[in-house]
Design a protein around this ligand. Sequence first.
Ligand code: 23J
Ligand code: MN
Length: 263
Amino acid sequence: MTAQKTLSDLAVALLDGSVRVVDCAAPLGPNTPLLKLPPELAVDTPKIEIHEIARYNETGPWWAWNWLKLGEHSGTHFDAPQHWITGKDYPDGTTDTIDPQAFVAPANVIDCSREAAENNDFLLTADGVKAWEAEYGEIGEGEWVLMRTDWDQYNTDEDKFLNTDATGPHTPGVTADCVEYLMEKNVLGFGTQCIGTDAGMAATFDLPFPAHNLLHKNNRYGLASLTNLDKLPPKGAIFIANPLKIVRGTGSPVRALALVPAS
Ligand code: 23J
Ligand code: MN
């Protein structure tokens, strides 16, 4: 009865505008910024292509449709546990086997926008998360932790978004001790506004790619290239991020959405 009431209250709030839906996804197309890995390490994900099959013409007189060439880890996207070697043995670690309960969850939004603007290599630490909790309240089990950097302002310009110089890419992220702390708290996962859950310089860390390594080792999830986190409260938003049900998928673009109280 009370869950029924919760849902009917939500239905009313969605229809009367007191709960708003914030779009936390970036446009997905040929201009979407994509990760560039060090060439000695790997092959990159291909550029996104959108190919027309028909547009009310000789290849389809009454309809329009396209086909896509699209890497799983393109644009605003979800990282599944089997994306990383540390999560490779989880039977529920691919996009088609994850419990969909995980796709709708509360969000904690940690504002690091000032720090990221001052230092593009800024790393959120366990102490930084604890200081945030002292101010806004404890982060709970099963909740998203989203790092706000306002990096989405660069999403239309791949060079600015990746911020690469002779020493490599410079974008903010997390330390290993931060992810370890989040794993102790049993969070659902970690999301970022940058190209990947790890900092630009993460290939050079003592533990390379700590976010990927530790999140997926613990069967947890990642979100990358999120937008509009500046429109979310520190606590109180419900986050919806559901990957396509790709068979054995290691990740998927998502139309990430947040339900927030109208201000
Ligand atoms: C493959 C290798 C390294 C990284 C990534 C993918 C991602 O960021 C991703 O999209 O998961 S850092
Ligand atoms: Mn990814």
